[in-house]
Write a protein that binds this ligand. Structure first.
Ligand SMILES: [Zn+2]
Length: 260
C-alpha cells in the first residue's frame, strides 16, 4: 500500500445526496446544470480517487477535495469534497511532507526529544477526527493503519486528534496552557513533547473508561506497538514497540509510570 497516499488503493462510496461537482479551475465553485441546479455525483456511486487537493481553512477546518473517477478509471466524474464520501476520508493519508532543504531546528519537520533537536523527519499529512489535517511520522503510518484497520474489523472507529507538532506549534500550545487560555490543555514545554519526535498519537476517546474506542485500545493497542505513557491522558498513546511489549507481557496497556 501507499503509506503517503492511502486513498490510492481504495474504493470509496458517495454518501451524500448532494455531492456537488466542483469546477476544475476553481474548487470553491460548483458546476451548474442547464436546469439551474448543480451537477452532482449520485449517492451510492463507487469511485476511485486519483488526486487530492487541500483548501487550507485558516482558523476554520480545511477542506480536502478529491478528483473522482469510475472504479475502473475510464470515466472522470470530477472534483468533489471528500466529506461527501462514506467515512469522510478520516485517517486517509494525503501526501508526503518532506523537510525543506536546509530546514532548521524550528522548522515544520524538526524532531525534538528531551529538549534536544534530533533532526528532520519525513511526515505524512493525514485527515483527523475533525476533518482537519494532522501530520504523522512516515515510519509510524504502517502501524497506525494496522491499528485503525483492526479496530474497524471489530466495528470500532479509531481517529486522530493530534499527531506530530513542530517546535513553534508546541510552544503555542504550552504558552496557552501556562496562561490558562480557554481551549488549551496540559502541554509540555517546547522541545519536550513526545508529539515532537513522531511517536505520539492523541486519539479520540472522549471520556476514557467506557468509551468503546478506549475499551478496544485497552485490549488491543499493545499488540500493534501502541502504549499509554502519560497519567490522566487516556487519549495519549505512543508507538513504542519495546514499551508496548513490556506492558503486554505485564497484562496492561500502560507503562509502569502511568498511575491513572
Ligand atoms: Zn498527546
Amino acid at each position: 500500500m501507499s503509506f503517503a497516499e492511502s486513498y490510492r488503493d481504495k474504493t470509496f462510496v458517495v454518501d451524500d445526496a448532494d455531492a456537488r461537482i466542483r469546477r476544475d479551475d476553481d474548487l470553491m465553485a460548483f458546476v451548474p446544470t442547464a436546469g439551474g441546479t448543480f451537477q452532482t455525483i449520485t449517492k451510492g456511486t463507487e469511485v476511485k480517487v486519483v488526486e487530492v487537493r487541500v483548501a487550507e481553512g485558516g482558523s476554520k477546518s480545511s477542506i480536502v477535495f478529491c478528483r473522482a473517477t469510475s472504479t475502473d478509471g475510464s470515466r472522470v466524474l470530477g472534483w468533489t469534497s471528500t466529506r461527501n464520501l462514506a467515512g469522510k476520508f478520516m485517517n486517509e493519508t494525503i501526501g508526503l511532507v518532506q523537510p525543506e532543504p536546509g530546514a532548521g531546528r524550528f522548522g515544520p519537520n524538526a524532531a525534538w526529544s528531551n529538549g534536544e533537536y534530533l533532526g528532520q523527519l519525513e511526515l505524512v499529512a493525514v485527515v483527523d477526527s475533525r476533518l482537519d489535517i494532522e501530520r504523522l511520522a512516515l515510519n509510524t503510518i504502517g502501524a497506525y493503519a494496522a491499528l485503525v484497520a483492526a479496530a474497524a474489523r471489530n466495528g470500532i472507529q479509531v481517529t486522530l486528534n493530534s499527531g506530530f507538532r513542530s517546535y513553534p506549534e508546541q510552544k503555542h500550545l504550552h504558552e496557552g496552557f501556562v496562561r490558562g487560555l480557554p481551549g488549551f490543555n496540559t502541554a509540555a514545554k517546547p522541545g519536550f513533547s513526545k508529539h515532537q519526535n513522531g511517536i505520539a498519537f492523541d486519539l479520540s476517546v472522549a471520556g476514557g473508561d467506557g468509551n468503546p474506542t478506549y475499551e478496544w485500545l485497552k485490549r488491543h493497542a499493545t499488540t500493534f506497538g501502541f502504549v499509554r505513557t502519560v497519567s490522566r491522558e487516556p487519549w495519549h498513546w505512543e508507538f513504542d514497540e519495546p514499551k508496548a511489549q513490556v506492558a503486554l507481557a505485564a497484562g496492561t496497556f500502560k507503562t509502569s509510570t502511568v498511575t491513572a
